[in-house]
Design a protein around this ligand. Structure first.
Ligand code: UGY
Ligand code: MN
Length: 254
């Protein structure tokens, strides 16, 4: 390809798919937003209620010295996961320096700050908290992928890391990292009421969404709405892993 020119194949190279029930979003097409209250930070929104999701997910691309210009508090609960770089995340009780794999859950009603020490990329998930009657709301939670135990479930070659814990009824979301050895796949096609926001951390594979298979790679985002039939088949030569948002532990609203 001649430097400075656009590659051929406008349609042939396009992996993007947005439907009313799911979306596949390769990173190159997701234009940036700028938000008041964030300096030197590009916000690449992956999903939001405009797409049909009941939560929002974005990738923050932060320059050194970028981040929040003052503590933010919007009544929502938030989850930040550091993909690369070094950031300082502050909640009222403490401030921690997080690098790749570090994360924090910020409960609804709590202020937070996020400041980049180096260039950094961070996944940002937020939603309106749905309290569970009779249960105290969850508190702040810092952790890291490196410290989260890997649990093998259903089949060999597939591991789960529950970043916010499993079966915590006070929480209305789970964030998990699912890892796959090459050639592994779910033992069945899942169809469930929960929705997902999925960010591909490593590797590649084929995602069944509805009736169609989609090739996906490191850096892609996938939104899966409720009841979307889903199945993943890991390809490539190394382990594949994705960060997965899931709404859990709440009854249907009628
Ligand atoms: O927990 C889940 O729903 C998960 N197995 N789904 C997925 O990876 N698409
Ligand atoms: Mn699922």
């Amino acid at each position: 390809m001649i430097p400075g020119t656009i590659p051929p194949g406008i349609f042939g190279n396009n992996r993007t798919m947005v439907t009313p029930h799911y979306a596949v979003m390769p990173p190159e097409g997701i234009l940036e937003s700028r938000l008041p209250g964030f300096a030197k930070t590009k916000v690449h929104f992956h999903t939001s209620p405009q797409m049909g999701a009941r939560f929002a997910q974005a990738l923050l691309a932060m320059e050194p010295g970028g981040g929040t210009t003052a503590p933010r508090e919007d009544g929502l609960e938030h989850f930040f996961y550091v993909l690369d770089g070094q950031v300082e995340i502050g909640v009222p009780a403490e401030t921690r320096s997080l690098s790749a794999g570090g994360y924090v859950f910020v409960p609804a009603g709590s202020a937070y700050t996020i400041l980049a020490d180096t260039a950094a990329r961070v996944i940002w998930i937020k939603r309106r908290f749905e309290p569970a009657p009779g249960l105290a709301a969850p508190g702040h939670l810092f952790g890291s992928r490196q410290e989260s135990p890997r649990v093998v479930k259903h089949t060999t070659g597939r591991a789960w890391q529950y970043l916010l814990g499993e079966g915590r009824m006070e929480m209305d979301m789970e964030i998990n990292i699912l890892s796959f050895a090459p050639g592994t796949y779910f033992p069945f096609v899942e169809t469930h009421i929960m929705e997902h926001g999925l960010f591909m951390l490593e590797g590649q594979g084929l995602y069944l969404l509805g009736r169609d298979w989609h090739e996906c790679w490191k850096g892609d985002f996938i939104w899966m709405g409720p009841y979307v039939p889903q199945q993943f088949y890991a390809t490539g030569w190394g382990e594949t892993a994705y960060l997965l948002y899931k709404d859990v532990n709440r009854d249907v609203k009628l």
